[in-house]
Design a protein around this ligand. Structure first.
Ligand SMILES: [Ca+2]
Length: 478
């Protein structure tokens, strides 16, 4: 039984935590990403950014790359539902590269050799561009933004001139389009941070061993990369293949994440694919290094471009030093070459055996769920409400299972109610424990009393609350 006093105390704690979190201005970022999923480097990068208390994600602009855009948009929407951050706009961008096509890329491979990985074009999982296969993590009910990525990017940097970082983790098509529409776009951006390019990675990975200058994001849309790299950004930071392939998300780490028992932990564990090339933390590293630059231990400055000749090197990374650079307009790029593995990835155990008392940056960012939910909108008070309610419901969800053992619970399966009623009732009778189970029909059922098997009952449903039309939170209990 939850005592009213304890409930109010919990709410007060949430409010206090919230006010501290919003005391410092957060760094604004737009994440441009080829959001393939479920799980994996692209979506884990969204988590790294969204869950950092120092970061305000203005939006996620999606581009075809690892998968087709529409499928990526669906995976992104679903992930935001799982972590309760549907307030972040998901903005669809380019469905196709500027010039290169799948057919051309196939002919190119017949002539110059097969690439190890071709993203959305890859015949191993090929489907038509606008088909969205059934999502194993569940279909999203939220919708993407009606605005296109390029106008969104331009609008945001005019709204917050020189305050917004553009994080680029995929092919650069959306950025090239934004630059073409508004040549002032790069000047208005604080800095460009991107994962892409390859210099001389030390690896036996078949994707790079014979082609060290080949990298997928550049290869998929070389012309877009060229447009972006020669634009007048204030600062450019590059995370190339060279450093990315030194990162591995291990099964042991996933086990620790899963052990937290959260919906997000379960999601990450369920869709984790061990071993190269799936376990490289390509894009997470670029994001984490922007959040905490001290994890980078070695940097180099180079000039960078892309090979646009339609020969064997089409799409390859070109770099020069200050002394030998060509005469075309270019600017030095900060290239990350090595990082502090301990700080980035390793969890540190306490000497007394309490495991994982101090977690790595990556572990904390992947699992820092629910701490940065608020202060995104002008009316902060309204934002406090879903934060508190959501945290309460997380508590409630856990409590339901625990109470099964201590007191016992029972569902009333024949009493469907509309979404609004249970939560209003919950607020009116704060001492009552209620669990709202929502089926795909949008109807909810209140539970109370003994329950035979809570785990089975809640496995395929989600907890969702709605009040007066403006408070909506959902929690996936799978
Ligand atoms: Ca990516």
């Amino acid at each position: 039984m939850i005592k009213p006093g304890r409930f109010c105390f919990a709410i007060t704690l949430f409010l206090l935590a919230t006010s501290f979190a919003s005391a410092q201005p957060r760094r604004k970022v737009i994440i441009n990403e080829d959001c393939s999923g479920p799980g994996g480097s692209n979506l884990q990068t969204l988590l790294v950014m969204i869950q950092s208390p120092q970061v305000e994600v203005l939006g996620i602009t999606v581009v075809s790359g690892d998968q087709w855009r529409d499928e990526e948009v669906a995976h992104t929407l679903r992930l935001l539902e799982i972590i309760g951050r549907t307030d972040i706009p998901v903005v669809p961008g380019a469905a196709f590269p500027l010039v290169r096509t799948r057919e051309e890329a196939q002919l190119w491979q017949e002539r110059y050799g097969k690439v190890a990985y071709a993203g959305a074009w890859d015949e191993r999982w090929w489907h038509e561009p606008f088909v969205v296969p059934k999502l194993p993590e569940g279909q999203p009910t939220t919708k993407p933004s009606e605005e296109d990525a390029a106008p969104f990017l331009i609008r945001m940097v005019h709204k917050y001139p020189r305050e917004v970082t553009i994080y680029e983790g995929g092919p650069m098509t959306n950025l090239a389009l934004a630059i073409s529409l508004d040549p002032r776009f790069p000047e208005l951006v604080q800095e460009l941070v991107f994962m892409g390019g390859s210099l001389s990675p030390h690896t036996n990975d078949p994707e790079f061993v014979n082609n060290p200058r080949h990298e997928f994001n550049f290869w998929f849309d070389p012309e877009a990369a060229q447009i972006v790299l020669r634009a007048p950004w204030k600062k450019i930071v590059c995370t190339p293949v060279d450093i990315s392939i030194k990162t591995h998300l291990t099964s042991a780490m996933i086990k620790q994440i899963d052990a937290r028992g959260t919906a997000l932990g379960r999601y990450l564990a369920r869709f984790f694919q061990p071993g190269p090339p799936f376990d490289y933390m390509w894009d997470e590293l670029a994001a984490a290094a922007w959040i905490d630059p001290t994890i980078i231990t070695k940097r180099e400055s180079r000039y960078m471009s892309v090979n646009l000749n339609r020969g064997a090197g089409y799409g390859d990374t070109l770099t020069w030093s200050e002394k030998d650079k060509p005469t075309f307009p270019a600017q030095p790029i900060e290239i990350q070459m090595d990082f502090d593995k301990e700080k980035f990835l390793s969890n540190v155990c306490e000497p007394d055996g309490r495991s994982h008392a101090r977690h790595s940056l990556m572990f904390r960012l992947l699992l820092r769920r629910g701490r940065t939910l608020v202060a995104q909108r002008k009316d902060k008070l309204l934002n406090l409400v879903p934060f508190a309610l959501r945290s309460f419901c997380v508590f409630l969800g856990q409590l339901t299972v625990e109470l099964k053992l201590m007191l016992g619970f029972r569902l009333f399966p024949d009493s469907p109610v509309r979404l609004r009623e249970p939560i209003v009732r919950l607020l009116q009778f704060r001492t009552n424990i209620a669990c709202l189970l929502i089926g795909s029909d949008g109807l909810g059922k209140i539970s109370s009393g003994p329950i035979e098997n809570a785990k089975l009952q809640v496995r395929d449903v989600e907890l969702r609350i709605e009040m007066n039309g403006f408070v909506k939170q959902r929690l996936d209990l799978r």
